[in-house]
Design a protein around this ligand. Structure first.
Ligand code: ARG
Length: 250
């Protein structure tokens, strides 16, 4: 990648984008989801791919991003009540959510995977979960998927408020597997070196978007900015930083 691909689009590029005019944007995020958004234990700051992404967008649009740490389900309730301007939280664009919210264009496509302990031998793919105990974060697309993989949802599906807790339950052997987005599986593996692995291949395809209250005037400028960041290589640089190079403690 050449340096020029990362450069600012210049006055012409910037002028092409309608601006939110310096306003502060309240951005809801469940900051327990590495490498998308999490609290850096060293600095206590909220960092991650989504954080960098909204920072880059706001540089182009002249807005001030203010990340507000919010429980997952509270994100959607808050958006409905227009308490937040948007949410950046590794949110999958789904038909159901589109009924209630507006989404930006996709900024990442990935699949879900099965995360297990490093010494797990019984589980080789999603097809081995029929009789296992599976952990997920409640209210996610991963919960929807996991429901279809176990024989008896009531007995086998454990729903946690955060993925962080689901992964802790996995390490503590309270659950046998966690169904999770593949970049987040990598994030938790990076945070727990040698303790976890992925069983099998990604088995869904979904797109992540920034999520706005219905009718928000920010969707069009955000999409224009995303397009600039895709074209000038910034998005690639952020993928590289958070999905390839990120190792906690560095
Ligand atoms: N992509 C999944 C969904 O939209 C999970 C996202 C979880 N994000 C988080 N910050 N905990 O349902």
């Amino acid at each position: 990648m050449s340096a020029s691909r990362h450069a600012d689009p210049g006055p012409r590029g910037r002028r092409a984008i309608a601006r939110p005019g310096g306003r502060e944007l309240k951005i809801a995020s469940d900051t327990t989801y590495p490498p998308f958004e999490f609290v850096d234990p060293k600095t206590n700051e909220i960092v991650g791919f989504d954080v960098d992404l909204v920072n880059e967008i706001c540089k182009l649009l002249n807005c001030k991003p203010k990340i507000i740490s919010t429980a997952w389900e509270g994100i959607f309730a808050g958006l409905e009540q227009k308490q937040f301007d948007l949410a950046a939280s590794g949110i999958t664009i789904t038909e159901e959510r589109k009924q209630k919210f507006d989404f930006s264009d996709s900024y990442l496509r990935y699949g879900q995977v099965v995360l297990v302990r490093a010494d797990e031998e019984r589980i080789k793919s999603k097809d081995d979960l029929k009789d296992k105990i599976v952990g997920v974060q409640i209210g996610t697309t991963n919960e929807e998927t996991a429901k279809t993989l176990v024989a008896d949802e009531a007995k086998q599906l454990k729903r946690y408020d955060t993925f962080d807790l689901a992964v802790r339950a996995l390490l503590a052997k309270d659950v046998d597997a966690v169904v999770i987005d593949s970049p987040a599986a990598d994030g938790f593996m990076a945070q727990n070196p040698g303790k976890l692995k992925i069983a099998g291949e990604p088995f869904t395809s979904e797109d992540l978007g920034l999520c706005f209250p219905k009718g928000s005037d920010l969707v069009a400028p955000f999409n224009a900015a995303l397009k600039v960041l895709k074209e000038n290589g910034t998005l690639d640089r952020l993928y590289q930083k958070w999905f390839k190079e990120y190792k906690p403690g560095q």
